[in-house]
Design a protein around this ligand. Structure first.
Ligand code: ATP
Length: 945
């Protein structure tokens, strides 16, 4: 069995036990956790912490599924009938035809199964990358491990936004609240405590426990794992996880529909062709009937693009892997398609457009401005007033303010190698680093310990702690609050001065506000720090009022170097960039101006002002505003909906628990891989492993590339199929005209059944796949986004396919006529040679068509050599064709005969017509567009007119 339950049979259910008893039963110390060795041993013994899923398909199953298509079954039946006929007539020779067809069908099935396996593996690899992580204490140290490695006895650490990896008994809770809606249906978060509950307490009220599959939404806590995998509460509900069965994406569905439609048309045409053969041929034996039947079925099998779904999912999966290589993890294949059609990107500022490396640059205390030097999170740097090192009373005020700020923080700084790094929230780490510069260190604050915390949330925009002296002396507990200045200022009645707290007059309030605006106008992130004595053991809503303002802190967070070019790229690609930030409007405006987002003269719209707007007004604001400041997560949802109402395809970034609804509602919910919470990641379609805005733009470009490639191989496969069908159709209908007579042959057809299937084998595999991995054209970002619901196979593409198919048929039949005696051009070869030459023309035409199919209107010679796979596939197909023409065994099997060099040259020249005809059509299309609209350059998306 996967997972394990703590052995509590003797002592009762874990929720009713106190912590030491639970620790005893799971054999772990809540303070230092398990040792790594013991955890590894338990993992082997108990199995991974995951829910059992349906076992993967075996090779045999996969292979068998390939034969499930009715057409293939029909073909198999035809082969069996042909074998019987052969046996009845004279079983002297090898039944080459039947063997060749059976071999091709088997090889095709093998390749189909291989393709499917490959697509599944790629998807599985992506899931692995996006797999959940868990924070645990092992050997006394915090570490992050894959959630599947969590074992009974592990101490898990939970912070706001963390997914709970296993069932666990709470050992420590600082305002820890957990959303258990997924398990119990209860929508409000449940506060967790360490106290045991009654044995018969229902699941939803077991406040001493956390359960796998739920998520921490506020506070912090630790818990001792008591059950993993199928042993958890969710494991007992879920018998088997069926979700491994992937739903087809919209594109896959559309293409399946196209395939079906085409299949039906082809079947009808195949029936007509068979009918025509019967009419013009001289059928007088069972063998002839079987041959006609085989041609009909082979034509149907070859022309119905059965390989398409597998190739499509491989192309999607490979594209998604390429995106992963560029730090964009796509969690659903369908999002890879949607990405390409994004019309608006709504992005956070902090850490996404900016580096997220915060440094305190300025402080306002009393009525002084204090500058802070030094960069990064190190303690090197000075505090200066008017260029002179701060000292005396000012220094004391700064120290007090920064100590309060550091105490009201959960982050710390750590020396890694020779670099100081932030551990936890960068804003808080910046304050801790500045405090160190002022001589306030963790050591010097050790005399105080924290009694309670009101956590920071994007809605509250502030955080408070209650601290008390470790040794109960005369000092009272203090509340320290830090947060957005306007929020904190509203809660202050006094300000700290060199003479102690003084009343905060209206004038002084204005002075502070102006100071904040000034800092924000210089792109700084601003925070106010305040506090007061608070003789209590807990914090409540009343604790954050009547505060004394200590200081306003200005933090710089420089824009990422790649942000401005990425914004320009997005805008060039017809995508609007909207910045949505929790920061001050002036900070937002300055950073937006630096990055080229929106109109630099326009005022940012403040989140709260959205609340009073009706639908229409909101849609209007969403249409014209590019910078939103002081935004809470609920506003994000409003904005997504307003934009979607305007038919925009919206990408929206987020990291917090409360961003999840907006991420879910957005067309492309985008979560931060580093700074984001598990909850946000799980709600998202796309996870940025580097939290970088430029990665979104890169992913959009890849998404467009994927769509472009899908169109390329569709164009290729469909025109190949149309070419084959038309060749057979006209070949039979015009048999008399091209000199295809019944002399020496009972059944009249330009190609044999085996030849048709051979073409299918060549085209469906190498070249189609190679087209699917064409490198993304740099021009994809110079195109406007694809419209929502735009057809994959549009009118221009249909025309192109029809033209190419027709050309293929004409040149193939021309070659046949030229080689064959009689007809329009009198040839001298026998019918086998004529057929081989025609067959070769058709195969070569497919290979020329590969180059052609890469765009509807860009020349085939444009970047013709950028895809080595394509060139390799063409060369390999050509090699195989040479074999089929010269190898005696294959000659027998495919009814071919060796060709002369002149035949090859003529075949090549004739086949290349596909290319020239298409080039001419593309030239006309480009001219027309140039005349019609201003030219946006070659159309890499292949959208044509
Ligand atoms: P975005 O990432 O969307 O650009 P943001 O991260 O800048 O937004 P928030 O994190 O919501 O926005 O911060 C909003 C404001 O809250 C900040 O300007 C700052 O004043 C304050 N703030 C940010 N972090 C903290 C914190 N850890 N404690 C207290 N206040 C904070």
């Amino acid at each position: 069995m996967k997972g394990q339950v703590a052995d509590t049979t003797l002592t009762g259910p874990v929720h009713a036990l106190d912590v030491p008893a639970v620790a005893d039963s799971v054999g772990a110390d809540p303070a230092i956790g398990l040792s790594r060795a013991e955890a590894a041993r338990r993992l082997v013994a108990d199995g991974p912490n995951e829910l059992a899923s349906t076992p993967p398909k075996t090779w045999a199953q996969r292979l068998l599924e390939q034969f499930a298509s009715p057409l293939v079954l029909l073909l198999l039946a035809a082969i069996v009938v042909s074998l019987i006929a052969w046996w009845l007539e004279d079983a002297s020779e090898v039944p080459f035809d039947a063997v060749a067809i059976a071999t091709i069908v088997a090889v095709n099935a093998g390749i189909g199964a291989l393709h499917e396996r490959r697509a599944e593996k790629a998807v599985a690899a992506l899931q692995e990358m996006a797999a959940a992580q868990a924070g645990v204490i092992r050997d006394g140290h915090y570490e992050r491990i894959p959630a599947r490695d969590v074992v009974v006895g592990d101490v898990i650490v939970l912070d706001e936004g963390d997914a709970v990896p296993a069932d666990a008994r709470i050992t420590e809770s600082r305002a820890l609240a957990v959303s258990e809606a997924s398990l119990t249906g209860e929508s409000t978060a449940v506060r967790k405590t360490t106290s045991a509950v009654e044995e018969d307490t229902p699941l939803a009220e077991r406040t001493s426990m956390v359960f796998a599959g739920t998520a921490a939404v506020a506070g912090h806590g630790r818990a001792l794992v008591t059950a993993t995998g199928m042993g958890t509460e969710v494991g007992t509900i879920a018998t088997l996880l069926e979700s491994t069965e992937r739903q087809p994406t919209p594109l896959e569905r559309e293409i399946a529909a196209v395939g079906r439609l085409l299949g039906m048309a082809v079947l009808a045409i195949a029936a007509v062709v068979v009918g025509a053969i019967v009419v013009v041929s001289d059928i007088d034996s069972a063998g002839d009937v079987v041959e006609v039947l085989l041609i009909g079925v082979s034509l149907a099998v070859a022309a119905v693009p059965e390989g398409l779904p597998a190739v499509l999912s491989i192309v999607l999966a490979l594209g998604v892997q390429r995106m992963a290589g560029r730090n964009a993890l796509v969690r659903r294949l369908s999002s890879a398609e949607t990405l390409g059609s994004a019309t608006v990107i709504c992005t956070d500022k902090t850490g996404t457009l900016t580096r997220g490396e915060m440094t305190v640059r300025e402080l306002l205390v009393n009525d002084q401005r204090v500058d802070v030097t030094g960069t990064g999170y190190g303690p090197e740097g000075e505090l200066r007033v008017d260029g002179v090192r701060a000292n005396g009373e000012v220094l004391a005020l700064v120290r007090g303010a920064l100590a309060a700020g550091a105490l009201a923080s959960n982050a710390s700084v750590r020396l890694e190698g020779d670099r100081w790094v932030a551990v936890g929230d960068p804003t808080e780490a910046a304050i801790v680093a500045a405090a160190a510069k002022a001589g306030v260190t963790r050591h010097s604050m050790a005399a105080l310990h924290r009694l309670d915390e009101l956590p920071f949330t994007a809605e509250r925009r502030r955080m408070s702690v209650l601290v008390a002296p470790t040794e109960p002396v005369t000092d009272e507990p203090m509340v320290f609050t830090k947060g957005a200045p306007e929020v904190v200022l509203d809660r202050c009645t006094h300000e700290q001065t060199t003479e102690g707290p003084g009343v905060l007059s209206a004038d002084r309030r204005d002075w502070w506000r102006e100071g904040v605006d000034d800092m924000a106008g210089r792109a700084m992130r601003t925070l106010a720090v305040a506090g007061r004595a608070h003789p209590a053991t807990r914090l409540d809503d009343e604790s954050e009022v009547g505060l004394v303002l200590y200081a306003v802190i200005g933090i710089i967070d420089p824009p990422r170097d790649e942000a401005a070019p990425a914004v320009a790229d997005a805008q060039g690609a017809g995508i609007r960039v909207i910045m949505i930030t929790g920061d001050h409007p002036a900070t937002a405006r300055q950073i937006a101006a630096d990055l080229g987002i929106g109109d630099p003269d326009a005022q940012p719209v403040v989140g709260r002002s959205l609340e009073d707007l009706d639908q229409d007004a909101l849609a209007g604001v969403a249409a014209t505003t590019s910078v939103f400041a002081r935004v809470a997560p609920t506003h994000k949802l409003q904005l997504v909906e307003a934009l979607q109402a305007r038919d925009e395809v919206v990408a929206m970034t987020g990291d917090g628990v409360n961003d999840a609804p907006a991420l879910k509602a957005a067309d492309i919910g985008t979560a931060m891989g580093i700074a984001g919470t598990d909850v946000a990641r799980e709600a998202a379609d796309l996870v940025l492993t580097d939290d970088n805005f430029a990665t979104i733009v890169a992913a959009v470009s890849e998404g467009r590339g994927i769509f472009h490639n899908i169109r390329s191989f569709l164009r290729y496969l469909l025109s190949s199929n149309v070419g084959e069908v038309m060749t057979m159709f006209f070949g039979v209908v015009l048999a008399g005209v091209i000199g295809l007579t019944a002399e020496g042959e009972a059944v009249i057809a330009p190609l044999t059944a085996a030849q048709i299937l051979w073409i299918n084998l060549l085209t469906d595999t190498g070249p189609a796949l190679a087209l699917g991995v064409d490198p993304v054209h740099p021009g994809v970002l110079r195109q406007p986004p694809r419209h929502r619901g735009e057809r994959v196979i549009d009118a221009a593409m249909q025309r192109g396919i029809a033209l190419v198919g027709f050309t293929m048929a004409v040149v193939t039949l021309l070659m046949f006529d030229a080689k064959n005696p009689g007809g329009l051009i009198d040839g001298t070869s026998d019918v086998d040679t004529a057929r081989t030459a025609a067959f070769t023309v058709l195969v070569l035409a497919q290979l020329f068509n590969c180059l052609n199919a890469r765009s509807d209107d860009a020349s085939a010679f444009h970047r013709w050599a950028v895809n080595p796979w394509l060139l390799l596939a063409i060369a390999a197909s050509f090699g195989l064709q040479v074999l089929v023409v010269y190898l005696p065994a294959l000659n027998e099997a495919f009814g071919t005969a060796p060709l002369s060099l002149a035949d090859w040259l003529w075949s090549t020249v004739l086949a290349s017509a596909v290319l020239w005809v298409s080039e001419a059509r593309k030239l006309v299309a480009r001219r027309r567009r140039q005349l019609g609209t201003s030219d946006p350059g070659p159309d890499p998306g292949g959208r044509g007119s």
